[in-house]
Write a protein that binds this ligand. Structure first.
Ligand SMILES: Cc1cc2nc3c(=O)[nH]c(=O)nc-3n(C[C@H](O)[C@H](O)[C@H](O)COP(=O)(O)O)c2cc1C
Length: 314
């Protein structure tokens, strides 16, 4: 008798169905062209695109990236070649490669978010979901991040949901104490899931020149250094059970992914690790399957939210 367990890896976040919980993070995987040389990106639960704006953006002055202890600082400044370039150039390639696509978008005003939503109406059947990158500056609030102000999150989600009948994911920054309220307002406005964390604000200095190591002075920290921050934020949101959570931050192996699932995330993104180990997506998927088999767990959903917290009285 063949008693090898073939664990089910399917996960569902509201209306969003992933064939497995392993996805890639925005801005760290391009569209998968480079990684396709190493493995079949169609195996991933989803590939999240770079964040697209209405028009092309040049991004920040160099240097835009530097290493730190256990992490990376970047100040790319949301460089991208505009939503039309995604629609006409990258989307056909991604479909051809068999990728399940999460399209990440951002605007500098609510109106810009709306205009991008209008552009993607025609391709909505070709993508799994739209992810709103709400860590970007809101010009109507003096450049403060959209997600710093929960009512602004609501405004954007309201306007995108009213135009697009495809699932909307709201991506939040860990830098604000408003995440619960933002998630709640996003839910009320019809968002399907929250993804968290975006990078953490950070800085590094060259002591010989006394200059910042990034052209933009500050940037976003990612990689293993941010994993505990991400876990705490995912825990915070999952405890409240507001919306299903896609977790990310410092995932470099299947054990990291498992931590996020145990805390309650239903899917997990791989970001910075894609720059270091090009086949990491496939490797984590294989290792996850092997782990479930070894533990005789027939469904990955049995891991999700299994956290046992025993808080002792002080
Ligand atoms: C070079 C770089 C570019 C990024 N670009 C984007 C982006 O365009 N949109 C976005 O929502 N997040 C962007 N991120 C954030 C990642 O998607 C992810 O949320 C974050 O890096 C945490 O995951 P990690 O520690 O696994 O990298 C970027 C991160 C890096 C390192």
């Amino acid at each position: 008798m063949n008693d090898i367990i073939r664990p089910s890896l399917k996960v569902q976040l509201g209306k969003i169905k992933f064939k497995n919980p392993v996805i890639t993070c925005s801005g760290t995987f391009s569209h998968g062209e480079e990684h396709m040389v190493f493995y079949d990106i169609g195996k991933l639960g989803a590939v999240t695109t770079k964040s697209y704006s209405l028009l092309p953006m040049k991004g920040n002055p160099p240097p835009r990236i530097c290493e730190t202890a256990s992490g990376v600082l970047n100040s790319i400044g949301l460089q991208n070649d505009g939503i039309d370039s995604f629609i006409y150039r990258h989307l056909p390639w991604m479909k051809g490669a068999g990728a399940s696509i999460i399209l990440s978008i951002f605007g500098r005003t609510t109106e810009e978010f709306k205009k991008i939503a209008l552009r993607i109406l025609d391709i909505k059947s070709e993508i799994l979901a739209v992810e709103l990158n709400l860590s970007c500056p809101n010009l109507e609030q003096g450049g403060k991040a959209f997600c710093a102000v929960p009512e602004e999150v609501k405004r954007v989600v309201d306007s995108v949901v009213s135009m697009l009948d495809i699932p909307v994911i709201v991506k939040l920054s860990p830098d604000f104490e408003t995440i619960d309220r933002s998630a709640e307002l996003a839910r009320q406005s019809g968002a399907e899931a929250i993804s968290i964390i975006n990078t953490v604000v950070g800085m590094a200095v060259d002591i010989d020149t006394a200059k910042p190591l990034l052209g933009n002075v500050t940037g976003g920290l990612s990689g293993p250094a941010v994993k505990p921050i991400a876990l705490a934020r995912v825990y915070q949101l999952c405890q409240q059970d507001i919306l299903p959570v896609i977790a990310m931050g410092g995932v470099f192996g299947y054990r990291d992914l498992l931590e996020f699932l145990i805390v309650g995330a239903r899917a997990v993104g791989i970001g910075t690790a894609n720059f270091v180990q090009y086949d990491i997506g496939e490797r984590i998927l294989n290792d996850l399957t092997a782990y479930l088999r070894e533990k005789k767990i027939d469904d990955v959903n049995k891991i999700i939210g299994r956290l046992k917290v025993e808080k002792k009285q002080a």
